[in-house]
Unconditional design. Sequence first.
Length: 292
Amino acid sequence: MSPQTGFIGLGLMGQPMCQRLLGAGVPLHIWNRSPGKTAALQAAGASVAPSVAALVASCDVIMLCVSDTAAVESVVFGEGGIASHGRAGQLLVDFSSIAPDATRSFAQRLAAHCGMRWVDAPVSGGVKGAESGQLVIMAGGDASDIDALRPLLAHLSQRLTRMGDTGAGQVAKVCNQLIVASTAALIAETVQLAEAAGVDASLLAPALAGGFADSLPFQILAPRMAGRQFAPVQWKAATLLKDLNNATALGSATQRPLPMASQAQALLHAHCQAGHGQHDLSSLILHYLSQE
């Protein structure tokens, strides 16, 4: 039987992940800072907890999928948060993408406060991966805790890899985002170059499919950039910028230069400053067009 499972954070990723869990028959309890986001999941069978305290009291596994490091800290350690009501034997699974050093600190604080154990389990695959249950999960934490979670997380993912101890999952996600961000910037450059040279950029994705330049981001982003189709939002530009900030901070901490990531960070910062932070990553093409 599936454990009683709580889920906090019903944004772009959290909503379809919860739908997957409900579709698999997982007994799911949900809570969100914006109550309006709970209606569809409640209609699908989720139990809406009136508070974080009530959710924690009802669950064996508590999952988080929130925006950033500060949001995780608030939900876990803020007034009335998870730490105030957790107990030994419970597992906290954090799908959020946050700083690795903060993850390690949070895990130690939580264990000391109430005995709960922490698994950092950031995901990759975007909204489509969440909807189809084809996410990849990079986990950090105790091996026995991660193994215990595998049947539950199989409803969400095509692959779950233990990367090491607590924080290792977040390091792997930083690596993932370095590649995604640099690739997205290069795809935008490619689309605008093709257009400037008189080639129909909408033909790039099918023409290059299966070749060395192909990738899942390329197949998703290139057609949307070429068609200026930025909705629905699948990746927020501001979210990727947040992840790049974590990446460059980790680079500084480990004294490793990250020149390409730094360039992508600067580009995304300018794009977000221009008002596109909440827009889809495919809108990055507008940054290049604005330079013409």
